[in-house]
Design a protein around this ligand. Structure first.
Ligand code: CO
Length: 206
């Protein structure tokens, strides 16, 4: 059943070794990625591929609708390792347009467990109801909500003790909010970056 995967893997491995002898030996010794990526699990949004980064260049955490839950041990463990062990200074929260998780948060359909997961997005939809009402179509409203979800994620990452500690010891960690367009393959900066010395309690966008 997995023959296709193994075939592709062998082919990829051979090609990489031809392109750069010693490639795997180099990667095996250490990883020193510049970026920590928090993105959506959607198969169309693979961090390495859409950023053109090679293995070893981006440390990745993905979940449904790139939600940042303050108590998500998975995300927090990855964040802590990224900041404290790998010394990463660029944290990216990346959402995407056409996100099914964001869409689910706008529907009245019961999704069981996933409803708990996307509850923060429902909250954002209520919080920004007036802004969202200005969007032209239901799809535009969902895409705007996806942007709000990224901005909220950036804020929440900035509020974690992991990031607070890093800033307190002088590390110039920056948290960026990006959104990816599945329709054009382009990343956009939502200009909601939070850096060290950011006024306490003041979120991006005022
Ligand atoms: Co998604």
């Amino acid at each position: 059943m997995l023959r296709d995967l193994f075939d592709r893997n062998r082919e990829w491995s051979v090609t990489r070794k031809q392109e750069e002898p010693g490639y795997f030996a180099r990667l095996a010794t250490r990883q020193a990625p510049e970026y920590f990526w928090i993105g959506c699990s959607d198969s169309r949004v693979p961090a390495n591929v859409i950023t053109g980064l090679d293995p070893g260049e981006v440390f990745v955490h993905r979940n449904v609708a790139n939600v940042v839950h303050s108590s998500d041990m998975n995300l927090l463990s990855a964040l802590e390792f990224a900041i404290d062990a790998l010394g990463i200074r660029q944290v990216i929260v990346c959402g995407h347009y056409g996100c099914a998780g964001v869409r689910a948060a706008t529907e009245e359909i019961v999704h069981e467990l996933a409803d708990h997961w996307i509850e923060p997005i429902r909250r954002l939809a209520r919080q920004y109801a007036i802004d969202l009402a200005c969007a032209g179509s239901a799809a535009a409203r969902r895409d705007r909500l996806a942007e709000f979800n990224v901005i909220e994620g950036v804020r929440r990452v900035a509020e974690t003790p992991i990031i607070r500690r890093a800033w307190a010891r002088g590390d110039d960690v920056a948290i960026h909010g990006l959104i990816y367009g599945i329709e054009d393959g382009l990343l956009r900066d939502l200009d909601c970056t939070i850096r060290r010395n950011h006024p306490a309690g003041e979120g991006p966008g005022g």
